[in-house]
Design a protein around this ligand. Structure first.
Ligand SMILES: Nc1ncnc2c1ncn2[C@@H]1O[C@H](COP(=O)(O)OP(=O)(O)O)[C@@H](O)[C@H]1O
Ligand SMILES: [Mg+2]
Length: 286
């Protein structure tokens, strides 16, 4: 009797644990998700919808009907031969150039600070120290009380806190690009467009910058649009690679490889090979 009672008690307790433990786990997971979505809501990427986009310069029809939906927070790489219109597309998205026809929609209202572009040249102000160069990215918020603190945080994100009082001229090429990235990040953009930002860097600096780009993108959740001529860079970083040819998106390739990605893996190498063959066949026609 006693034995039965003793065993029945723990059994009932086990039963109730079995009933409640999974629920407790669900609640915990929901809280984690809540915290994660709170974090992402502050900096969440914007979705983009491009329809029938056309752009010509004189009689040079550069973009001849671009249709593209980019979900919030996606990392998109754009590749294509030189002169195919990659920079033009990026400039149109960033509002730096006027569209001829079609539309680029952001679903929500966008502020100028929401979209930033980083170029191949760091474009730093030579007469301003590193921290001031980052503050420039705050635009009209530059005079706000927390401008210094925000710039310092952005500088820390790109690993350059110890260079805050230096002049740009004493920095290496990679460090200058990190300042440019800090300046782009300081306003917490919701879309960050990169126009071959690593094109002028040596191979090793380039790989460490690629890792930095991936890390800040994962931390901040902005929508990333990267123009690059380096297909291995495109497949290493992007969720999706677009090949532009003859003014249109000729291929739209999904990169499913898990992150962090192993550079040089068979999976990435085979994707890279197939994208390169698209590019080469486009090149053969010219
Ligand atoms: N402001 C401009 N005025 C005239 N032609 C331009 C201008 N910008 C770009 N183009 C032309 O548009 C085409 C696409 O240029 P671009 O977008 O810079 O190509 P990509 O970045 O793919 O190399 C090229 O033929 C280029 O000469
Ligand atoms: Mg270009």
């Amino acid at each position: 009797m006693q034995t039965a009672l003793r065993t029945s008690l723990p059994e009932s307790e086990l039963a109730s644990r079995a009933k409640f433990a999974p629920q407790a786990r669900v609640v915990r997971e929901e809280r984690q998700e809540e915290r994660q979505s709170e974090r992402q809501a502050q900096t969440a990427g914007l979705p983009l919808s491009i329809r029938g986009l056309r752009k010509s310069f004189g009689d040079n029809e550069v973009l001849r009907g671009i249709d593209l939906q980019i979900p919030a927070g996606q990392f998109v790489a754009i590749v294509g031969k030189s002169g195919c219109g990659k920079s033009t597309l990026l400039r149109l998205i960033a509002g730096l150039e006027k569209i001829d026809a079609g539309s680029i929609g952001f679903v929500q209202d966008v502020q100028p600070e929401d979209i930033r572009v980083m170029f191949q040249e760091p474009r730093l102000l030579p007469w301003a120290r590193v921290l001031s160069n980052v503050e420039v990215g705050l635009g009209r918020d530059r005079s706000s009380g927390d401008a210094h603190a925000r710039a310092e945080k952005a500088l820390a994100e790109v690993g350059l806190t110890d260079k805050r009082d230096q002049w740009p001229s004493v920095l290496s090429g990679g460090q200058k690009q990190r300042v440019a990235l800090g300046r782009a990040l300081v306003s917490r953009p919701r879309v960050l467009a990169f126009d071959e930002p690593l094109g002028a860097l040596d191979a090793l600096t380039r790989i460490s910058m690629q890792r930095l780009l991936e890390r800040v993108w994962r931390d901040q959740g902005f929508t990333a649009i990267l123009v690059t001529h380096d297909v291995s860079e495109a497949v290493a970083l992007a969720d999706r690679v677009l090949v532009i040819d003859e003014g249109r998106i000729a291929h739209d390739v999904t990169v499913n490889a898990a992150r962090p990605r192993e550079r040089g893996s068979a999976e990435l190498a085979s994707l890279e090979g197939s994208i390169l063959s698209h590019l080469l066949s486009a090149d053969d026609r010219t």
